[in-house]
Ligand binder design. Structure first.
Ligand code: HEM
Length: 501
């Protein structure tokens, strides 16, 4: 008996030792620098990720080891601008890594699709709604939501308020509006409610729950029996997001049924319901099929998800930053000639304002809402990247948090300095390459135009009508960036004071 036990232990020891030796010394990635622990296990990074520190930890590793770092037995992070095109360029054949599967509920939507042809079809279908020409038509919808936001800010009567919550409700109301012109989600009317809707809390919980489920499925299974009401509620977040999409689709159908016969609908949901996607059948023959209800409702949820915290976090950090520097006044001077109607500027009037563009670009550089590694899988045959041969199947990534803080490209990188974006176009070439808060290429953010319109309309309206200060309740370090793929301030809020001018 003892002999068998000893033999078993020996076998485990030998296998673990062999795994360590092969990962550290024999792996094709052996010559890539990185911490010892990263070479032998990927679990360390998962734990760091769960604490919200993956991005800043990898950033420190780049500062220590250089532009190419092995961050796991099968994972390499790059910070070299020459690699950007290869990983994220228009013709890149690096597909999204399997981790995206964990992020998403099934059937996966545009954000997580790994198959190139499937993704192209879905993107084609959704793109129209995000085109600049379409957005200009829905500018009044966004304008109305900005008005609601201003009403809410007015209600704070110059007292400290959590701007993060306000702006999350704003962004949620834009993408979840029910006026029929955007996505046609179910209206949250979040800005009208006193308490933020559950959806907001579910957004926070989503990546934590999905991450844990994907990385430690057995632990998640055990934890799912943990008799805490709070935990039980938290782990239902992905299910609630799914139900949101289902309800939105059902309500949309009911509204259409009740509407005038033969009415022409131009919204995205109508397009999803009436279009066909070309898919490959098992025999390899392309066939046109409509999207299923399940695909549509999940895609609605995904879009609302993708468009909420990204925009609100960007606005929050921008206001927090403006509250502490001269750029608030400079921007107000630039906006002096802008006419407001009901407190709102016209997008066309402000779109090209240099200071407005520069403060937004600089805020996106220092406080990107999606700062984390965008992981991709090395295609068949492997590739040469930054002087290393990377075998097929290796997970490779870059994170904009690091590229946008490269001291060789951005002088004094930790300083908020919008003037760097106000130089001649030739001087911007390298900065534009390393600046990638919306990613690049075929998988770049689909909602970038919408986000930029929201950012500009909100910033112009608020700065022109309010003086912003950081509330005394905010302590040093409170706004340090944590992230579970998307950024959140360390203290989970951002108290600002908006005083009417
Ligand atoms: C400041 C605001 C925003 C930022 C910083 C941002 C950032 C990003 C980034 C970095 C990606 C690439 C993710 C990856 O490769 O894993 C992405 C993808 C995406 N974003 Fe955004 N986003 C913002 C706003 C929005 C909005 C408002 C929407 C729409 C409602 C949206 C919809 C999407 C979609 C659908 C994708 C997936 C595109 C694809 O794979 O083809 N985003 N976003």
């Amino acid at each position: 008996m003892y002999l068998y036990l000893a033999a078993g232990l020996c076998a485990i020891l030998v296998s673990a030792t062999w795994r360590i030796i092969s990962n550290v010394f024999l792996s094709p990635l052996a010559s890539i620098p990185g911490p010892f622990l990263a070479k032998i296990t990927s679990k360390w990074l998962i734990l760091v990720e769960m604490s919200g520190n993956r991005t800043t930890t990898i950033h420190k590793l780049h500062n220590q080891y250089g532009p190419t770092v092995r961050v796991g037995p099968n994972e390499v992070s790059f910070a070299d601008g020459n690699v950007i095109k290869e990983l994220y360029g228009q013709s890149s054949d690096f597909m999204k890594a399997p981790v995206y599967d964990q992020f998403s509920q099934h059937p996966v939507g545009i954000f997580s699709m790994q198959n190139k042809a499937e993704h192209r079809e879905r993107r084609k279908l959704l793109s129209h709604a995000f085109a600049q020409s379409n957005l200009l038509q829905i500018e009044p919808v966004i304008g109305d939501t900005v008005k609601q936001l201003l009403k809410k800010i007015n209600g704070t009567m110059g007292q400290p308020t959590d701007a993060l919550v306000l702006l999350r409700m704003f962004a949620l109301d834009v993408v979840g509006n029910d006026t029929g012109e955007l996505f046609l989600g179910k209206s949250f009317s979040a800005l009208e409610s006193i308490k933020p809707p559950t959806f907001i809390r579910d957004l926070d919980a989503y990546f934590i729950v999905m991450g844990m489920k994907g990385s430690f499925p057995w632990l998640f299974e055990i934890a799912s029996y943990f008799p805490s009401t709070k935990w039980q509620e938290l782990q239902q977040a992905p299910k609630r997001l799914r139900t949101y999409g289902e309800n939105a689709l059902r309500d949309y159908r009911l509204r259409q049924d009740a509407g005038p016969k033969g009415a022409k609908y131009k919204d995205l949901l109508h397009k999803m319901l009436t279009s066909h996607e070309t898919v490959s059948t098992p025999s390899g023959k392309p066939t046109e099929v409509p999207m299923t209800d399940e695909q549509i409702s999940l895609e609605i949820g995904n879009l609302v998800f993708a468009g909420t915290d990204t925009t609100s976090t960007t606005l929050t950090y921008l206001f927090w930053q403006l509250a502490q520097c001269k750029w608030q006044e400079l921007l107000r001077d630039e906006l002096a000639i802008t006419q407001l109607v009901d407190g709102i500027a016209t997008f066309g009037d402000i779109d090209q304002f240099p200071i407005l563009n520069a403060v937004i670009a600089e805020s996106l550089r220092l406080f990107p809402a999606a700062p984390a590694s965008l992981q991709r899988e090395t295609p068949a045959g492997g590739r040469e990247l930054a002087g290393y041969f990377i075998p097929a199947g290796t997970v490779v990534s870059m994170q904009c948090y690091t590229t946008q803080r490269d001291g060789a490209i951005f002088h004094d990188p930790e300083t908020f300095d919008p003037t760097r974006w106000m130089q001649s176009p030739e001087k911007l070439t390298d900065m534009n390459l390393y600046q990638m808060p919306f990613s690049k290429g075929t998988r770049a953010c689909l909602g970038k135009n919408l986000a930029m319109m929201e950012l500009k309309l909100v910033v112009a309206a608020v700065i022109k009508q309010y003086q912003i200060k950081v509330a005394d309740s905010m302590k040093p370090g409170d706004m340090n960036m944590k992230d579970h793929f998307l950024t959140l301030p360390a203290c989970g809020r951002c108290d600002l004071v908006f005083t009417p001018l």
